[in-house]
Design a protein around this ligand. Structure first.
Ligand SMILES: *[C@@H]1O[C@H](CO)[C@@H](O)[C@H](O)[C@H]1NC(C)=O
Ligand SMILES: *[C@@H]1O[C@H](CO)[C@@H](O)[C@H](O)[C@H]1NC(C)=O
Ligand SMILES: *[C@@H]1O[C@H](CO)[C@@H](O)[C@H](O)[C@H]1NC(C)=O
Ligand SMILES: *[C@@H]1O[C@H](CO)[C@@H](O)[C@H](O)[C@H]1NC(C)=O
Ligand SMILES: *[C@@H]1O[C@H](CO)[C@@H](O)[C@H](O)[C@H]1NC(C)=O
Ligand SMILES: *[C@@H]1O[C@H](CO)[C@@H](O)[C@H](O)[C@H]1NC(C)=O
Length: 512
């Protein structure tokens, strides 16, 4: 954080660039991740930063009082510089335009830092290309994308004040990413925004997963028992809570298998037969036509249809069946019908979830906050606030649940002050005009969002209220006062408790 990058932003402002998800959903998701949010960036490095051209994407204020996110491009050659700034802007816009981070955008800045790579794209088979940060995939699977030059990335981050959350953006059109000190994302049109917002959820809010089959469940959206529910304030119907929504996960699998046209891939599982409906979820990549693949449950074609916009990229399919699974054994099979895509068509992961009676035992209402069981990779149970509303569970949801949004406010406000600046101008009659610039929330937002308000209280000597200036960002202070103080309190409907006192700020101003 600090002035130089912001000055650069202002200088460049006129030329602003118009500018899972596969262990279950997000294999590799948590490697190298410290869930507490604060990235490990402080290390001294003798490695020089790469030459960086930093441009502002979305800048709401000075880096010294904003949480700065910055994209560093990897696998973009000199000729692909414009593509890098465009790709970064598409991601920044997607995350903030009316969704995901829109409510907290006034607390954030987005930047993009370009350094030319010698080679284009990201490596495969565990081998990085000749690029700035050395991004690569293991094998060709569309899941984790790793970096091999952490020290270069750290040096790049340390070379600018605008780097609280560094994002390594790989020049690659397919699904992939990683959470951790450096969030890694690709320029996948279908999946890039989803991967990025999910990984930032981990890094900024400090929460674990909400999807089944993960390893880390913690933070404001995770409860290990009905007696320790962090989102009690957000229950939709407190009178009936804590109520565990009834469901079960009879199978989860991560085949990561290339499909073979000569024999179907199949698996079996057992249902107790005591549920009312079920979901079949699976993800595949490298399949572009519905006629290329048949998915069957107990020999019956389930009617899978390809998402035509994803191309060869990976996609998670959710198929809900309003019927119960019979008690006993079931067979799920995937038959590749087009042998020309052998070697490309891949089944990544699958799971089945069964649900109790709707709505008595299980509610599907999207924003209903209650206790929904989540099953880890080892099938241990924790609870989450909503069924599938939150992007920490559902890849294609652009929304956080209420508990995550509250956590987002806490995390972003913690290092910031409500005062962007305080200026004093002497007036002719001996008075001083004191004017505050506050974080652009409430009435100071450029783009209005939900209900918010500032309360501004001015005090003179001995904490005597200066009531005539209440709720004003400017006051005329008489020369009798050598100092005043201002108490700013912020209210938003999105924060219902404030255990760390992030919603108010007091500033003592010595009159010059
Ligand atoms: C965000 O990107 C997704 C595809 O990844 C697209 O479907 C959606 O319309 C985009 N939304 C915005 C607001 O840009
Ligand atoms: C590009 O190649 C040159 C010459 O081999 C090398 O000095 C430089 O470090 C490489 N740049 C990157 C970003 O890898
Ligand atoms: C997970 O455990 C539940 C019982 O708590 C069981 O009904 C279910 O079949 C198990 N699922 C898997 C995939 O092992
Ligand atoms: C599911 O099936 C039941 C019984 O056939 C029916 O009453 C209910 O309306 C169906 N629900 C949906 C969402 O289609
Ligand atoms: C100041 O603003 C707060 C928040 O809108 C409001 O509740 C309060 O009544 C206002 N105080 C006065 C004196 O107008
Ligand atoms: C202080 O000066 C600013 C800028 O000229 C002006 O908008 C504001 O009304 C002044 N404040 C008071 C209390 O007169």
């Amino acid at each position: 954080m600090l002035g130089s990058a912001f000055a650069l932003a202002l200088a460049a402002a006129s030329q602003i660039v118009a500018a899972q998800y596969c262990e279950h959903q997000w294999e590799g998701d948590f490697a190298d991740h410290d869930v507490d949010g604060v990235p490990y960036l402080q290390a001294e490095e003798r490695i020089a930063a790469p030459p960086l051209e930093i441009r502002p994407l979305i800048v709401t204020g000075p880096s010294s009082n904003r949480v700065d996110l910055i994209f560093f491009g990897d696998g973009y050659t000199e000729d692909e510089k414009d593509k890098f700034f465009d790709d970064a802007m598409i991601l920044a816009t997607n995350l903030t335009d009316g969704q995901t981070f829109a409510d907290v955008l006034p607390l954030m800045n987005f930047w993009a830092g370009f350094s030319a790579s010698n080679e284009s794209g990201v490596g495969v088979g565990g081998r990085p290309r000749d690029t700035v940060y050395g991004l690569y995939r293991d094998g060709t699977e569309l899941r984790g994308v790793y970096y091999s030059k952490a020290s270069v990335a750290r040096a790049a981050c340390q070379s600018t004040d605008a780097c609280d959350y560094p994002i390594l953006l790989g020049n690659d059109p397919y699904y992939g990413g990683l959470g951790g000190t450096f969030t890694v994302v690709t320029a996948s049109p279908a999946n890039g925004p989803a991967v990025l917002r999910h990984e930032l959820g981990h890094s900024i809010i400090g929460v674990g997963e909400e999807y089944d089959g993960g390893q880390v469940y913690r933070g404001v959206n995770a409860a290990t028992s009905v007696n320790s529910v962090p989102w009690r304030n957000w229950y939709t119907n407190p009178a009936t809570e804590p109520k565990i929504q009834r469901n079960n996960m009879p199978i989860q699998a991560y085949p990561w298998t290339l499909l073979d046209a000569s024999r179907p891939w199949s698996t079996t599982f057992t249902s107790a037969g005591t549920y009312d409906s079920f979901l079949l979820q699976f993800s595949i990549s490298g399949v572009t036509a519905t006629s290329d693949l048949r998915v069957e449950l107990d020999g019956r074609d389930v009617g899978w249809e390809v998402n035509p916009i994803v191309g060869l990229d990976r996609w998670i399919y959710n198929m809900k069946f309003n019927e119960s699974l019979a008690p006993g054994r079931h067979t799920l099979s995937y038959t590749l019908l087009n042998e020309e895509i052998e070697g490309t068509a891949q089944l990544c992961n699958l799971e089945i979830v069964e649900y109790g009676d709707d709505p008595e035992e299980f509610t599907f209402e999207s924003q209903y906050h209650s206790l929904f069981p989540t099953y880890s990779a080892t099938n241990s149970t924790t609870y989450r606030p909503t069924n599938d509303h939150c992007l920490m569970r559902t890849m294609h949801s652009p929304n956080f649940c209420d508990a995550c949004i509250e956590g987002l406010w806490w995390s972003l406000l913690r290092p910031l002050s409500f005062f962007d600046s305080v200026t004093q101008v002497p007036e002719a009659d001996g008075f001083t005009n004191v004017t505050l610039t506050l974080l652009p929330l409430a009435e100071f937002r450029e783009i209005p969002r939900g209900a918010e308000a500032y309360t501004i209280l001015w005090y003179g000597a001995n904490s005597q209220p200066l009531a005539e200036w209440t709720n004003q960002t400017t006051a005329l202070i008489s020369q009798d006062l050598s100092q005043v103080s201002v108490q700013v309190s912020f209210w938003t409907e999105q924060v219902r408790s404030d255990p760390s006192g992030v919603l108010s700020d007091r500033r003592t101003i010595t009159i010059e």
